[in-house]
Design a protein around this ligand. Sequence first.
Ligand SMILES: [Mn+2]
Length: 314
Amino acid sequence: MDYTQLYDAIAAAEIITIFRHQRPDCDALGSQFGLKKWIRDNFPEKKVYALGFEQATQGKFPAPDWTEDREVRDSLAIVLDTANLERADDQRLQTASYMIRIDHHPKTQDFGDLLLINDKAAATCEILANFFASTNSIVSSETAEYLYMGLLTDTLCFKTSNTTADTLKAAAYLAGFSIDIPVINRLLFDHPYSWFSFDGCLHQIVEVRGGKMACAIVTDDILKKYHLSGGEARNHVDLFSDVIEFEIWAMFTERIENGVSCYDGSVRSKKIVINDIVQSYGGGGHKNAAGVKDLSEAQMHELIDRLFARIPSE
Ligand SMILES: [Mn+2]
């Protein structure tokens, strides 16, 4: 599909429903609310709904809309940033009369009637920015802000390998709509004092092996002291990510069930493949980022030893 086809499909629809994936990140939400605002600004007579149930974990986004099944069935559905149909955060997507899919993930599953997929794009928001730029339309600063948030987070502030000249051009285009760049940065990446304070604790308890691997084991006592769930604590794993010497870093959090300790872990690496090792303990993930649950203390220590053994010695 080209941009003209996309524009014509939107222009022809009376009801438009916009979907995104579960556990929505800022690219999913930014593209969803950016597209909704753009449709509102340019086609005020249309009904447009941003659908989904789950909350954002980063940034600030409006609450999702709601509409009846009948309207979803009669609508043009646009699904954003979602590579698998079953991951859509409202399965009524499948009932819509027509489905457009806009995404930057590699196409592994076949669904949708019209597809705009560019796996070279750093974010779905980059694709939408290019689409808006190709039209002669109103782009509000609110729309531009939403899209900029998706670009910034999917590239971790333009630091990841998916950041291209096109990404930066899209960012420059969006920055042209008088968005407040430092405010958006702070909104997305600043942390409360409690975050800073727990980081201080991690600096105390981290164990560094051979100078190349960092591992923090957070006990139930520490979690209680900082009022954190295991998942919240493990969100800090990237505290160790920007140390030159560290090739692998990991964090484990203790859970006590019926008096017995078990551990959940998050493992990260710069280049060394770690997910195969984590998988052999029932975990999963990507080459350089994986997670595992329900390890005994002995299994956790064995996993740590195996991860460390993977680091080449000079
Ligand atoms: Mn994305």
